[in-house]
Design a protein around this ligand. Sequence first.
Ligand SMILES: NC(=O)C1=CN([C@@H]2O[C@H](COP(=O)(O)OP(=O)(O)OC[C@H]3O[C@@H](n4cnc5c(N)ncnc54)[C@H](O)[C@@H]3O)[C@@H](O)[C@H]2O)C=CC1
Ligand SMILES: O=C(O)[C@@H]1CCC=N1
Length: 272
Amino acid sequence: MTEMSSAPTVLVGAGNMGGAMLAGWLDSDTDAGSYIIVDPSPSPTVQLLIDKHGLRHEKAAPSDVEAAIVVLAVKPQMMETALPALTGMIGDDTLCISIAAGTTVSTIQSFLGDIAVVRAMPNTPAMVGRGITGAWANAAVSPAQRDAADRMLSVTGPVEWVDEEPLIDAITAVSGSGPAYVFYLAECMAEAGRRAGLDEDIAMRLARATVSGAGELMRRSDDPAETLRKNVTSPGGTTAAALDVLMGGDAMQDLLTRAVAAAKKRAGELAG
Ligand SMILES: NC(=O)C1=CN([C@@H]2O[C@H](COP(=O)(O)OP(=O)(O)OC[C@H]3O[C@@H](n4cnc5c(N)ncnc54)[C@H](O)[C@@H]3O)[C@@H](O)[C@H]2O)C=CC1
Ligand SMILES: O=C(O)[C@@H]1CCC=N1
């Protein structure tokens, strides 16, 4: 019979997001021995972390540990394969933190029992320590477990807690998927610049620097986004002319409202 290890944190799924979170934990916590990585094919970045820190890595869930915390970072479509294999690691005091879009507590509990679950939704700026995470805890989560989850999720940026599970789908649609909207904005700005006569490379450098610079200005400023926008907009000037197009008939607001609604609807569909 194998001896039980002391309660570790087990990361199930070490791809883009799992890897970003793992990097943050290792930066903020010197006890690398408390992490176990479960992934048949971790990302190259995670493999480097495994090698550098001497982390325990398993291709499938180990049977010799009862986890203090299991972080689920596999794709929602993989949940029904991944969850049944985890039951051996789950004890009465195990906390499950799931970052999967859509997957509900009810689905997780259907495989793992009446377990304490935090559903969290980070985003890819977590890779550079600039993420934001939405989180919701079910009634089984103790205050100490919620604090532990908050500490773990905070390593990649602030955490916004909500008190209803369905709001995680709205958070997914705004900030989880949101970086893609911003990157697409940069792509569209660059293409518009090209159509306005600029060399393609210059247009992309201008768009990229404008999006990241505006983001950094907003991050450092206490002013609301609206004030920062008005600061750019001279009466009767060029920005006003452009904003007439974007804001006229609520054009851009309507587009984003529909995009966010589509993402939220898809999160509901991923719930199964
Ligand atoms: N990519 C994003 O922007 C965000 C993703 N999420 C959520 O994070 C989760 C992971 O997404 P990504 O990191 O982008 O995906 P990914 O594809 O980069 O990583 C998933 C990892 O899971 C591993 N895996 C597959 N089956 C497994 C199993 N049975 N047991 C253990 N590991 C297994 C894969 O080998 C892979 O390394 C998804 O549920 C997604 O909804 C949440 C917030 C943002
Ligand atoms: O596209 C997705 O489903 C995941 C969840 C949020 C960002 N990416």
